[in-house]
Design a binder for this molecule. Structure first.
Ligand SMILES: Cc1cc2nc3c(=O)[nH]c(=O)nc-3n(C[C@H](O)[C@H](O)[C@H](O)COP(=O)(O)OP(=O)(O)OC[C@H]3O[C@@H](n4cnc5c(N)ncnc54)[C@H](O)[C@@H]3O)c2cc1C
Ligand code: SF4
Ligand code: SF4
Length: 404
């Protein structure tokens, strides 16, 4: 699509085909006349809206937009590695093998900046830019919701033009948005994207937490991924201040959480996620990270069961950064095809279920609990039995199965 045609799409964003906008904010950052705002639609997903009074028809927004820009994809086939941090504390706090924490830690120690997603005090996911280790801790851990980019694209650009080193991490479309906006391949920028399943809206997560609070008491803490009780898996933890004191409640993947179910059954993703062009081996970042879920069949020389990342080095810059991690991580080359076999979103977008049409309107009309009962077929009993088996026994069973 040419810049000019894209410009027309932006101009009439009110009627836009929503599959063509990732919400990356590149158009907002590119506008010199402050004519574009990101406005949430009725599902809570932000889309750009042009203020025609300020707009001069210069076309900069269309040029910055990553939609249908094939030039952003790297030509070379990536090299794939299994990675696990040797530092067990770092590993415990990360979603998978701590690939992100290792790289971000190095970046900060070398005097650079990291830009990535944190939860604020209200559990809104936001991108921030920082050089503090304490913020790296907040960035760790997946937040399965669309992150608010705020003004970070412009901030990243200002640091880059100032000669400072920036490591940007996010979903592939956020990385595409940043690179498309910048328009220049800065030597001092390193980009990391995630294998991406898709993103629900912030409204869905906020409504879920409000719903749970109304049932259990004041929210104390929440995280999507937590290894403390069940080791490396997709379980999260939700903690409440019940009237009788602190009560801990484990939310389990899919089976007993009204948010996870929506997320993993693809019932509530942004429309562009169902036709995501980034789900392919040619990536837009220097490095791509994800969970190496089938690592136990890759004949690795280390115990992969405590969390292993799959990491793709897509550019020379990515390969060079990875080689600098060799002392701090178990790093074993593997095949992209093997990794793809255990991770469907590496090569294809999540399918759009028919129920997706009605999920958000049902929440608006009936309330969160009633709508969730209609769409989510929870089976809380299954994870409850699994959770009774101590973590060590589960690990032992896996090791025996893998012959270690
Ligand atoms: C929305 C989403 C969908 C994902 N889907 C898959 C998948 O289908 N398959 C798979 O293997 N892995 C997926 N991941 C990645 C996976 O959950 C782990 O983040 C990844 O394995 C890296 O683990 P880690 O231990 O290295 O880093 P972590 O400790 O998980 O590091 C977190 C990194 O993720 C970034 N991040 C966290 N939340 C967001 C967000 N909402 N938006 C943008 N960036 C964010 C942070 O900036 C940081 O760079 C997804 C992550 C997200 C956020
Ligand atoms: S630049 Fe990003 S937010 Fe703006 S229209 Fe394009 S995809 Fe949507
Ligand atoms: S699935 Fe694709 S379009 Fe959706 S958030 Fe992920 S990268 Fe962006």
């Amino acid at each position: 699509m040419t810049a000019l045609v894209r410009r027309e799409v932006l101009k009439y964003i009110e009627g836009i085909d929503k599959t063509t906008c990732y919400g990356c904010t590149a158009c907002v950052a590119a506008c010199h006349f402050d004519a574009i705002r990101m406005i949430p639609d009725n599902e809570g997903f932000a889309y750009p809206l042009i203020c025609h009074d300020n707009c001069t028809d210069c076309g900069e927004c269309g040029r910055a937009c990553p939609y249908a820009n094939e030039d952003l994809f790297h030509d070379d086939q990536p090299r794939a590695y299994a990675l696990q941090a040797k530092d067990h504390k770092m590993l415990e706090k990360s979603s998978s093998g701590a690939a992100f924490a290792l790289m971000a830690n190095k970046q900060i120690c070398d005097g650079g900046w990291i830009c990535g997603c944190v939860f604020d005090e209200r559990y809104t996911a936001r991108h921030i830019i920082t050089s503090k280790i304490i913020d790296l801790d907040r960035m760790r851990g997946s937040k399965y919701v669309q992150s608010d980019m705020g003004a970070c694209l412009k901030t990243v650009e200002s640091y880059l033009t100032d000669g400072q080193s920036v490591m940007f991490s996010g979903t592939p479309c956020q990385v595409a948005g940043l690179r498309s906006y910048l328009g220049i391949n800065y030597e001092n920028l390193i980009t990391i994207d995630l294998i991406c399943h898709g993103v629900p809206s912030q409204t869905l997560l906020a409504d879920y937490l409000t719903y749970e609070s109304s049932k259990n008491g004041k929210l104390a803490s929440f995280s999507f991924r937590d290894k403390t009780k069940n080791g490396w898996c997709s379980n999260g933890i939700i903690e409440w201040h019940a009237i009788s004191g602190v009560k801990r409640k484990r939310t389990s993947l899919y089976n007993d959480s009204y948010y996870y179910y929506y997320y993993l059954a693809d019932l509530a993703s942004r429309e562009c996620c169902y036709v995501c062009p980034f789900a392919r081996l040619n990536r837009v970042s220097d490095l791509t990270i994800g969970d190496y879920w089938n690592a136990d069949t890759a004949n690795l020389s280390f115990d992969c069961t405590i969390g292993t990342s799959i990491i793709f080095a897509n550019t020379d810059k990515g390969i060079s950064l990875l080689s600098e991690l060799e002392n701090e991580a178990h790093l074993v080359e593997t095949s992209p095809e093997h990794a793809a076999a255990g991770n469907s979103n590496l090569l294809s977008a999540s399918p759009r279920p028919r129920d997706r049409d009605n999920v958000y309107s049902a929440i608006a009309n009936k309330g969160y609990g009633e709508a969730a009962k209609q769409f989510c077929r929870l089976k809380p009993f299954v994870p409850t039995i699994k959770s009774l088996i101590p973590k060590q026994i589960k690990l032992l069973a896996k090791r025996i199965k893998n012959g270690r």
